[in-house]
Design a protein around this ligand. Structure first.
Ligand code: KG4
Ligand code: ZN
Length: 339
């Protein structure tokens, strides 16, 4: 079985060809980071237009790399939820058009479940049933999965996603976009205890997160309370490192505590983590230690499949096997996260 997978939910245009055995025949990711850098965040209109320019060359390259022609595919799969409307529309329209032209079945991918499925690509062991944790620029959500076909929403952020907080704090510290990797790099030289930042809900039963108060706390630590311009404050290299390390530790503490709480509540023993922030080395190390201590079987997505890519769309193989195909009137669902 060979499936072409397409991913355009946010600011990465990606396509891959995967087999029924989850072998990756070829994968292409065209990142838009440079286009959004001057705005320190994703601009939806720019993202959608860039997808339009890139989608066909990216699909072409993925097929060529895989040595597969359109005719040889068994199905075409596309992430149709959740994401930015304009971005989703480009991928879904491309997939539907190719399905119509080549008479192939269409499969819909839930982008969040695909982030969790990235863990399956790095292990021969069946990851389901599990608690799935998506920690990315747009989402910080916990799900309970019996299988790959759908998840039960357990909880998530009530305001910003963890990755967004990394990006905003990076901007306050004068670091480039996307901020996560830069914050974690400068944090290596910093003291995670230098600043006392809040850890929202950490002792509460609820499986929710909140990072907007943490963002404000970092802002106040830089420029004091009020509306002072954080960018006008001159920070020493050590201050930047200490702020980055203390902020990162506050985020990681919340992510580790809540995901373990979710596993405990679920009665399951496996935790699978995906999404851009899952690439964070301090998070990976501290979660690994905490899971070892708690006897939780932990799977974290391979580094190359943490940020958005089409390979994690291999979750479509499970839908193919279950006979779950879509009509060609498949619509996008930008905000669908609670299923
Ligand atoms: O999964 P992703 O590519 O996009 C969404 O679906 O949102 O995640 C991108 C996010 C960005 O916010 C980026 O700053 C963050 O992941 N990120 C990191 C790291 N690498 C990427 N955050 C913390 N530490 C990292 N090493
Ligand atoms: Zn994502």
């Amino acid at each position: 079985m060979k499936i072409l997978t397409i991913e355009t939910t946010c600011d990465e245009t990606a396509a891959a060809v995967v087999t029924g055995d989850l072998e990756v025949l070829g994968s292409v990711v065209a990142t838009q980071d440079q286009l959004h850098e001057e705005f320190q965040g994703v601009v939806p209109e720019i993202a959608a237009r860039a997808h339009v320019e890139r989608i066909l060359p990216v699909i072409d390259q993925a097929l060529k790399k895989s040595n597969v022609t359109l005719d040889q595919l068994d199905a075409i799969a596309v992430a149709s939820t959740p994401g930015l409307s304009g971005s989703l529309l480009v991928g879904v329209t491309a997939a539907k058009t190719l399905c119509m032209a080549a008479s192939k079945p269409l499969i819909a991918i839930n982008h969040l479940h695909a982030h969790v499925f990235a863990c399956q690509l790095a292990t021969n062991k069946q990851i389901f049933p599990c608690v799935g944790f998506i920690v990315s620029g747009g989402h910080t959500h916990l799900y309970r999965y019996e299988d790959a076909l759908g998840g039960e929403y357990l909880g998530g952020t009530i305001d910003d996603a963890a990755g967004e907080a990394f990006d905003k704090v990076a901007s306050m510290l004068g670091l480039p976009y996307p901020g996560g990797p830069h914050v974690s790099k400068v944090a290596l030289e910093g003291d995670p205890k230098a600043y006392k930042f809040p850890r929202s809900f950490i002792r509460d039963e609820r499986l929710d997160f909140s990072f907007s108060g943490l963002k404000t706390a970092v802002r106040y630590a830089i420029a004091g309370p009020g509306n002072a311009d954080v960018h006008a404050v001159k920070l020493s290299q050590q201050q930047v490192a200490d702020l980055a390390a203390s902020f990162q530790q506050a985020v990681v503490d919340c992510l580790v505590a809540k995901s373990l709480q979710a596993v405990k509540k679920s009665g399951l023993s496996t935790l699978c983590v995906g999404g851009g922030v899952a690439a964070n080395r301090v998070f990976r190390a501290q979660l690994t230690d905490a899971c070892q201590a708690a006897g939780v079987d932990l799977h974290i997505a391979p580094l190359e499949y943490c940020t958005d890519n089409a390979v994690m769309g291999a979750i479509a193989v499970e839908r193919f096997k279950a006979g779950l195909f879509e009509e060609l009137d498949l619509d996008i669902a930008p905000g669908l996260v609670r299923m």
